[in-house]
Design a protein around this ligand. Structure first.
Ligand code: SF4
Length: 381
């Protein structure tokens, strides 16, 4: 039986067939240590560097771009851990990086000493936690004692590295997670002052829909609660409404933007799902297992996806204007939306290119002493 995904679906969903269980070899410790490394974001304005605690991610988001962009390069090494297809098996392996303080400090010094003239200004001299995994995921292991030790190790990786960045450098930090477990570190985040931005990915407020696309990530309701708590704790907060799904219609996008506006974030990023390697197959096969019919028609041809993507971006832009939060909106249009095939289909091709160029050039906000956002926080404090 196939279910058409329309609201409300909570009662429609059958019990999901469980995703593959973690096995001993696939959940453990990776070979090379966690260090700060330059990242290669294009047009995202998130950071200059990233600190990644693991290879793999237990949140298992079906659209995730990481296996095609980064993890797949580790294919031969992952095979030693029993991972045959890093893309198809995404979400089924988490290999935490070891901690080597000397190596971490060497990478921190290298980042700190990089001349500003060599850094892309849109990175805000920030280190991102994380770009290819989630810094606050739950590590599942069949052996409970091993699971406890791995969990402790993951905590130490994040906390110790943050303490060193705070005390031994002038770098900024951007946290990006889907997990409310980050609340345990709010005090540490606070100790950075305006050097740290805390953010969560929140594509929708619908828990049922997120369960299909992000089967093992915490529910959006929990994420929104964590964002509100962060704001109340006096942290500088941003939100990534990303990636939104084809089922996120205008009403859904409006509801998310309205809830996000109440948190008064520094920046609101948005992008729709992009097609990357096998992610559409992953989405379709998981929806098929659940017996849920998704709007995957938008991925059928490049043209259909491009029209869907432009429409989603422009809807968010319009609604953000209506909600008076356009000043902090930061869209992430994919590079391919500037191809001549798309541009020629637009009623005003030159305006379309100008519109894209403005978003691609945008540098995201970073709180500085004396800025309105910081003043608002100081008054609340
Ligand atoms: S939390 Fe991020 S890295 Fe992890 S699976 Fe989801 S999108 Fe990928």
């Amino acid at each position: 039986m196939s279910l058409v995904l329309d609201r409300p679906i909570q009662r429609q969903l059958p019990l999901a067939r469980p995703l593959p269980r973690p096995t001993e070899r696939r959940v453990g410790i990776w070979s090379s240590p966690a260090v700060i490394a330059p990242n290669n974001f294009v047009y995202k304005s998130l950071s200059n560097w990233a600190f990644n605690v693991a290879v793999g991610c237990s949140h298992a988001c079906r659209f995730c771009y990481v296996p095609s962009a980064a993890t797949i390069k580790q294919g031969p090494k992952l095979a030693e851990y029993g991972v045959k297809d890093p893309d198809a098996e995404w979400g089924d392996y988490v290999l935490l990086r070891p901690w080597d303080e000397d190596k971490f400090l060497a990478s921190l010094r290298a980042a700190e000493n990089t001349p500003r003239s060599l850094l892309k200004p849109d990175g805000n001299r920030a280190v991102m936690y994380c770009s290819t995994t989630d810094p606050y995921q739950v590590i599942h292991h069949p052996d409970s004692e091993r699971q406890r030790m791995l969990g402790q190790h993951a905590r130490r990786l994040v906390r110790r590295s943050l303490e060193l960045i705070r005390d031994c450098s002038t770098l900024n930090v951007r946290i990006l997670t889907r997990s409310p477990l980050a609340r345990a570190d709010f005090d540490l985040f606070k100790s950075f002052g305006p050097r740290l931005l805390f953010g969560m990915s929140l594509p929708t407020l619908r828990n049922d829909l997120a369960k299909v696309y992000e089967p093992k990530a915490p529910a959006p309701s929990q994420r929104l609660a964590a964002l509100r708590a962060a704001r109340e704790a006096g942290l500088h907060v941003y939100v990534a409404i990303a990636p939104t799904y084809p089922e996120c219609d205008e009403a859904d996008l409006r509801a998310t933007l309205r809830a996000v506006a109440e948190i008064d974030p520094v920046t609101i990023f948005h992008e729709p799902i992009n097609i990357r390697a096998e992610n559409v197959e992953r989405i379709q096969s998981h929806a098929g297992e659940l017996g849920v019919k998704l709007r995957t028609d938008v991925f059928e041809t490049r043209e259909q996806w491009q029209d869907y993507a432009v429409n989603a971006l422009q809807t968010v832009e319009r609604v953000a204007g209506e909600l008076n939060i356009a000043d902090r909106l930061h869209l992430w249009p994919d590079k391919s939306l500037g191809n001549s095939g798309v541009t020629h289909r637009m009623p005003k091709p030159k305006e379309h290119l100008r519109w894209l160029g403005n978003w691609w050039k945008r540098i995201s906000e970073w709180p500085r002493v004396g800025t309105p956002h910081l003043n608002r926080l100081a008054r609340q404090g």
